[in-house]
Design a protein around this ligand. Structure first.
Ligand code: CP
Length: 319
């Protein structure tokens, strides 16, 4: 908690060190307290401009980045493709040039193409945050997931985490795995072979095809929906059959560690990858993930935009 944050962008978990992650999580703990106050606002980023540029649908990420920016007193502009000049044929490059002319301090981008956020970062002077690019990465989701896991278990070191479902098309699985690897966690992937990434083993994950084996003794059961918008062909015979084999319900909880939690990045497909009763049970941390999203994104915005380290937080927040 003593040095300035050394990154200008947050495109991927890959360049982060364990210390960077801990710096973000520790700052997020402070902003979590701010979010619990009657007045959930600090003047920290007054005069700064944040542009939320979303080329794909989002409920959690977009609204939490907007709230995060507003709670830090920044000016926040939301652009979604359906209401922007993208519908008139404007390219991503021309959109970048247009945004650059408005001198933003940070652009947050979600795009269906892997690498889109990196493309934008190389063309803008300001900081760029990847809010999900294709099947590549979703770094702030991994950070908020880590925040929830650390709160539940006290540490990320040595955790056993089973990520189940459509891992092949999941940017969340990739970012979570990269982050958990920094802390020596054991990451298990479980799903049908057709939804398993080719690089599963090189990412350091153990691959399972049966839930009963994958969930044995885990601290975190992390479920993923099938990314229907990214599927090519028919990797599963039917959703009904998939649900019978890979759908997780409360009966699976007894396989995991007694204090295991259930996580899901959302949106849920209830009755497919997750039984509705499991989604709503007391072990479910799904809404805690949403709650953490605002605090973690406040921390990321603060560290990228203030140019300061987390040691300046007490001055910034009055805590
Ligand atoms: N977890 C997540 O990225 O959710 P949204 O698509 O609603 O932003």
């Amino acid at each position: 908690m003593s040095s300035a944050f050394r990154h200008h962008h947050l495109i991927s978990v890959e360049p982060l060190k364990a210390d960077d992650v801990l710096q973000i999580l520790d700052a997020a703990e402070v902003f979590f307290e701010v979010s619990m106050r009657p007045v959930r606002k600090v003047p920290t980023l007054r005069g700064k401009t944040i542009i939320n540029l979303f080329y794909e649908a989002s409920t959690r990420t977009r609204s939490s980045f907007e709230l995060a920016g507003k709670r830090l007193s920044a000016d926040v502009v939301n652009i979604s493709t359906s209401s922007s000049s993208v519908t008139k044929g404007e390219t991503l490059l021309d959109t970048c040039k247009t945004l650059q002319a408005m001198h933003p301090d940070v652009v947050i981008i979600r795009h269906s193409a892997s690498g889109a956020s990196n493309y934008v970062a190389r063309r803008l002077d300001c900081s760029v945050i990847n809010a999900g690019d294709g099947a590549h990465e979703h770094p702030t989701q991994a950070l908020l997931d880590a925040f929830v896991m650390r709160r539940a278990h006290g540490t990320l070191k040595g955790l056993k985490v089973a990520i189940c479902g459509d891992i092949k098309h999941s940017r969340v699985a990739r970012s979570d795995t990269l982050l958990l690897n920094l802390f020596g966690a054991e990451v298990r992937y479980c799903g049908p072979n057709t939804l398993m990434p080719y690089r599963a083993k090189s990412l350091g994950a153990k691959v399972y095809n049966r839930l009963e084996e994958a969930l044995e003794g885990v601290d975190v059961i992390y479920l993923l929906r099938i990314q229907l918008e990214r599927l090519q062909g028919a990797p599963i015979p039917s959703l009904r059959e998939y649900s019978r084999t890979f759908g997780v319900s409360q009966r699976h909880l007894k396989l995991a560690a007694p204090d295991a939690i259930v996580m899901h990045p959302g949106p849920l497909n209830r009755g497919v990858e997750i039984h509705p009763l499991l989604a709503d049970c007391e072990k479910s941390a799904i809404l805690k993930q949403v709650e953490a999203g605002v605090a973690v994104r406040m921390a990321v915005l603060y560290l990228l935009m203030s140019g300061k380290g987390a040691e300046s937080l007490s001055e910034a927040t009055g805590l």
